[in-house]
Design a protein around this ligand. Sequence first.
Ligand code: PLP
Length: 493
Amino acid sequence: MSQFGYYFIHPLGFVDFTRGICFVFLSIKYTQMELHREMHGSFASKSLIRTALEYAFDYLDNLDEKDVFPQEESVLKLSAFDEQLPLKSCPPEDVLTLLHESGSPNSVAQSGGRYFGFVNGSSIPVAMASKYLSAAWDQNGGLYNTSPINSKLESICQQWLIELFDLPQETVAGFVSGTSLANFTALCTARFHLLRNLGWDINEQGLNGAPPLRIILHKQIHSSVKRTIALLGYGKRNIEWVDSDEQGRIIVDRMPKLDSSCLVLLQAGNANTGSFDDFDTVCALAKKVDAWVHIDGAFGLWAAASKTLSHLTTGIQHADSWAVDGHKALNTPYDCGIVLCKHKDALISTMQATGEYIVYSDQRDPMMYTPEMSKRSRAIELWATMKYLGRTGIEELVNQLHAQALKISEGVTDLGYTPINNVVFNQVLVKYGDEAKTNAIVSYIQKSGKAWLGGSTWKGRAVIRISVCSWATTEKDIETLISLFKEARDLVR
Ligand SMILES: *Cc1c(COP(=O)(O)O)cnc(C)c1O
């Protein structure tokens, strides 16, 4: 007979059993109440938020001295986080202290001005500050009914972005985690739209047996686009690859003849060289046959905001969809990606968010424009950034990134480095001597703690990549970077 049965049959056992249950129940309830009380106490006194702010101020005050990338011995201290899932609660202050003492030193100093890695922006002060405020709001940005303020700010940002990039008025925006997801959202929409034109409803009929779409990609398209194509069920072997030129731009003359089953992918800002495709010509070809053009403009689309650089984005308004990041050239906090699409109906039909409990309003419901439901209210910081900078401030920021990139390029060329790209925007590619020397220089600068940049490969060869992407970068930071290039050169020479 099982233990369980015994308790019910034996009269005393039954009493024991109920007593046991009561005890377990009461003790769970007791600890719950205690924790509950403690959390209410912290909430009311705001002591934890104050502590977190103190730590944040301490971090920002010491940012200049901090290693841009943590040194090895610092990274070892991350073992402070190694433990089993705690059985019991701990004082909440301990959580923050551990984060600050072992976490802060092992962050990457991206909020400062000497980070030149990937294409990672900083966060302008008012945007960072509004993130602190919106943390207190903790909004679920999915619906108007979960956050009227987020819904409002999304509408405002949508309109401002249309004006800034000079896109068609009917364009709609969805706010997602980054350009990867913005590309994904746009390409799902393109697939829906192209197949619908060919008499096929992807939502109802699915991909099996669907008319084939032709995917036209140039070889220098960003890896996130290639990944999206695979996720959409179109294998790499089905892609019609087009050659790119020495700057990484699509060679228009090599494009195949387009038809209404074509999805053409272009790029505003090559992640290595920063180069821009010829949007005008390609969009004109695509328009004639109702092909879809998508532009990945993660950081490069912001060139449209500058009078002196907007020649780079000529013709973008003739595309069907665009992807752009706030967290790169615009310097909003992470994460902030935006999908823009000229075909509202196709976008909403593709994202088809429904559910019995979902109550749409007659206001903007953000989740109708993205694959996400519950989501961060990223429009808050995006709005704060654009509201603060204004059109001229955004232009100034973009121009500054470009001017500083030119300065770095000249500085290192004077030191004997070989320039690889035309610095049309914020990306600088150089090399020094052979691959081994080039790689050694990257490693020297990375380990210096004084700045950080990445290595990359261009046309199969190792190169040094400098991305100027932070409002915080000063003339002094650029001098520091250039002197690091000098030290490194002297070392490998
Ligand atoms: C950064 C980047 C992406 C990916 O964007 P995430 O915001 O990191 O998702 C896509 N395309 C280009 C050209 C990029 O620079």
